[in-house]
Design a protein around this ligand. Sequence first.
Ligand SMILES: Cc1ncc(COP(=O)(O)O)c(C=O)c1O
Length: 460
Amino acid sequence: MSYIANSIEARDVASLVHMQTNLRRHLEEGPLVIARGEGCRVFDDTGKEYIDTVAGLWCASLGFGSERLARVAYEQMKKLGYYHLYRHRSTEPAIELAEWLLKIAPVPMARVVFQCSGSEANDTAIKLAWYYWNAVGQPQRTKIIARQMGYHGNTCAAVSLSGKPDMHAGFGLPLANFKHTEFPHYYRRHEPGETEEQFSTRMAEALEKLIQAEGPDTIAAFFAEPVMGAGGGIVPPQGYFEKIQAVLRKYDILFVADEVICGFARTGEMWGCETFGIRPDMMTSAKQLSAAMQPISAVLVNARIHDAMLAQSDRYGNFAHGFTYAGHPVAAAVALEVQKIYAEMDIVTRAKRLGAALETALEPLRSHPLIGDMRGVGFIHGLELMQDGAARVPFDPALKVGARLDAAAARHGLILRVIGDRVVFAPPLVIEEEEIADIGVRLGRALDEVVRELKAEAVA
Ligand SMILES: Cc1ncc(COP(=O)(O)O)c(C=O)c1O
């Protein structure tokens, strides 16, 4: 495609590298330039309006523009636009945010370590697991287990933790010592007649088999998202985390809960850990922590981990870890204001109500010929496009049904998050019920358009 000289599209393709994007196609097709946002809606540079059904990257919980948060950032920048947390220095916003996180944590936690992204939070949690086992005299515990299709970020370690082969390919990853166990996609992977509980037992047995094969005393930690986000919005089946945690306890393996997506009411409780009865040793948080208005993330560590950190710091004279912008006062001040807004909105109650509205909006599409399965929890929903839903026959990947739906939805003013043939919904928490109903209507139109396309091609 040729671009108008100096157009925003021409400048984009000549200057930027886009993440998670087919780079060659991008050169040919150019960008969708988002010019502004208002509540759950964004507008491109032609003025076309879209409802964003996944809050950007599961993060813009308060929508895409905020006068109130802008004022907080402005005031903080005037007062103290930067300071760090190295060498005993501190700032009040960072202290206050840490106190707040400890207060609302799903299980007793001892301290908060700040970073700037979800990836860095998971990277830090990996380092802390190794630090812990070194402190307690088991330095051979170096292996980390996560799940196939799990997503934990894209630093070298966080992407190694992630179980997505497409993100390892060509980079020589994952790093050694990162192992992946089965993921609990009940709809796709259950045996005929197998109940959710039986399936969960099978998942826990697979984990135990992996632990035994690797050697239990070589395993440092297990990482899991309460609901798998980028893996397709996969809600754990009945009994899953209870059985998984029993195995981890048996071998004294640390549990790190990745709450980067699930935190702040996504699953219908403040934390995914609460929804699924998870009792982690460490917990990572980002995204909705600051409603994505500022980059900030956190690792919460329990007393067991913190005691070991103290012991290591005694031994080496220093906790030798850090990031320049970790706990940035502007980001922390904005995150604190976001937390105040959450309290005013009562996000837990709101997420439950909006989740029910989303279910109602999507329900009429359950019997649509392209849809095989639909399930969700709280205000996160996933649906699966299938050739034959009841018989669980997927579409031929060559048909690119997911990509077709993505394109059709955009034509109908809907930004979707399509992962293969799964579609995930996690709209901003500020969305209203009428707007959720509109998602159902627009999605229905897009699905019908894909059916017409597929039929036309079959005839052609
Ligand atoms: C569950 C989970 N963990 C970690 C990350 C990485 O966060 P970031 O992109 O801020 O590094 C993501 C990002 O989508 C995520 O979904």
